[in-house]
Design a protein around this ligand. Structure first.
Ligand SMILES: C[S@@+](CC[C@H](N)C(=O)[O-])C[C@H]1O[C@@H](n2cnc3c(N)ncnc32)[C@H](O)[C@@H]1O
Length: 442
């Protein structure tokens, strides 16, 4: 063990913390593209640096780059960590004790590398990153990609892209959720228009057992020439293997693909979003506070009342019309909750239920619903006139092995729940196409 590695090991033990495994640090350092580095002095930055594992990773693995560096900066918010680094390690690097997201500098960097913190900032007990409302509002004002329930790591990416010089490189290990979730819509567009994006899928084991999170390494080159390029790779024991590329990427969600998923895409002329409008059920607070809703765990012996159903009433291929939620509403008032509760339609559960299984059923009695259930309402537009599957046939297709495999192939394990964008993208075949699909999927 080198002198530096031994010191970092002690610091980690003393502070009782776990950071990026060394093999990941080494791999990320190996991704530095030396051909793109400017001639002359270099500036390197590690945001949320903790014990500066990445800066020292460069010193260890690429000493020739380290020697050419005129500025090596780490920014860290935790005072204990800063003091430790000063005491044990600081001879080479400048540590700045500051919130990276509020830090200002006149420097532009050749390399920005690290492992930014992730989490939804909030003081609420449900969230891990405790940030007061005032700071959160400042973040919201400062970051153009802030959207919905934004995650800190998204703001770290935006800030870092802005601090790169033209042709500079950003190498971060981050959760994979920005590839798919709607709250990263603006971030994806921001990346697409500012340079070339490479994503290397690392899976969910990197931070186990401390954290169970599916991660990717994001390698981004800021460039006015190479914009709108996206390359997606598998880690493949340190030799990234290309899965897909898109050289006209506008920031759409990033999907994996396999031979099978490509075949399904090729055969199916439709996607759920072409044929159905998707609606979500009313959430629990809305139901709770609705004056028309009655709470009763027992059967209401009045035929005019219907139990409000939720995800537990939805089995694969079947709706169980039993009172489970304890909420009831008068039959004549159910459409006051949602207009579409007046017509039979397809209901879909939010979860993948393990291995890519979509849970869909046909609500032929048109009951009222609440919670994590999506509603597929058939559009009556010209574009889907050619679509000839009935709703019941669509339900059986959605519950099929074909869709199960497709969902697993294109979304992998990034999320456990569908969002509307993902659901819209699931392919749907016509009757004729379904026959062909069955042949290829054997
Ligand atoms: C290596 S990072 C994050 C590791 C991992 N991705 C996670 O989220 O747990 C951890 C370090 O980031 C620091 N940190 C967190 N928020 C920060 C901020 N806004 N500015 C600078 N440093 C920050 C923490 O003090 C900690 O030392």
């Amino acid at each position: 063990m080198s002198e530096i590695s031994r010191k970092i090991h002690h610091i980690k033990k003393d502070l009782g913390i776990f950071f990026t495994p060394q093999w990941v640090v080494d791999f990320m350092v190996s991704l530095i593209n030396e051909d793109r580095l400017a001639h002359g002095d270099l500036k390197i930055l590690e945001p949320a640096c903790a014990v500066c594992q990445f800066l020292y990773g460069i010193k260890k693995n690429k000493p020739h780059i380290f020697k050419r560096t005129s500025k090596m900066i780490g920014v860290e918010i935790n005072r204990d960590m800063v003091e430790y680094v000063y005491r044990y390690l600081s001879e080479d690097v400048e540590i700045i004790h500051y919130d990276y997201l509020l830090w200002e500098t006149n420097n532009y960097f050749d390399i920005i590398i690290g492992n930014p913190p992730y989490g939804i900032p909030s003081l609420s007990e449900h969230y891990t990153i405790k940030i007061d409302d005032e700071t959160k509002n400042i973040y919201k004002r400062l970051y153009e990609t802030w959207y919905g329930k934004y995650n800190l790591y998204g703001a770290f990416i935006e800030k870092s892209v802005n601090l790169l010089r033209n042709e500079g490189q950003l190498i971060f290990i981050v959760p994979a959720t920005f590839m798919i979730l709607d709250e990263f819509r603006k971030l994806r567009e921001f990346l697409a228009r500012n340079g070339k994006t490479e994503i290397i899928y690392m899976g969910s084991d990197v931070f186990k057992p401390e954290a169970d999170v599916t991660t990717v390494v994001l390698k981004f080159i800021k460039s006015s020439v190479e914009k709108n390029k996206l390359y997606l790779y598998d880690y493949n024991s340190g030799n990234p293997k290309l899965i897909t590329k898109n050289e006209d990427w506008k920031g759409d969600i990033v999907l994996f693909s396999t031979e099978f998923s490509k075949k399904v895409d090729e055969i199916c002329s439709f996607r759920i979003g072409d044929v159905y409008a998707i609606r979500i059920s009313p959430r629990t607070p809305e139901i709770k506070h609705n004056p028309d809703v009655i709470k009763s765990q027992d059967y209401i012996g009045d035929k005019n009342f219907l139990p409000i159903l939720n995800g537990r009433n939805l089995k694969i291929g079947k709706v169980v019309y039993e009172p489970i939620t304890g909420y009831w509403i008068e039959l004549t008032k159910k459409t006051k909750l949602r207009k579409f509760f007046d017509k039979p339609h397809i209901v879909v559960g939010l979860g993948f239920r393990g291995d890519g299984q979509v849970g869909a059923a046909y609500d032929y009695k048109a009951y009222p619903w609440m919670g994590d259930v999506y509603h597929l309402l058939r559009k009556r537009t010209l574009t889907n006139m050619r679509f000839d599957l009935t709703d019941e046939e669509v339900v059986s297709f959605l519950n099929s092995e074909i869709v199960k495999r497709y969902v697993k192939d294109v979304f992998r394990d990034i999320t456990y729940h569908f969002n509307i964008t993902q659901l819209k993208l699931i392919p749907l075949p016509t009757k004729e196409e379904l026959k062909r699909l069955k042949e290829v999927s054997i």
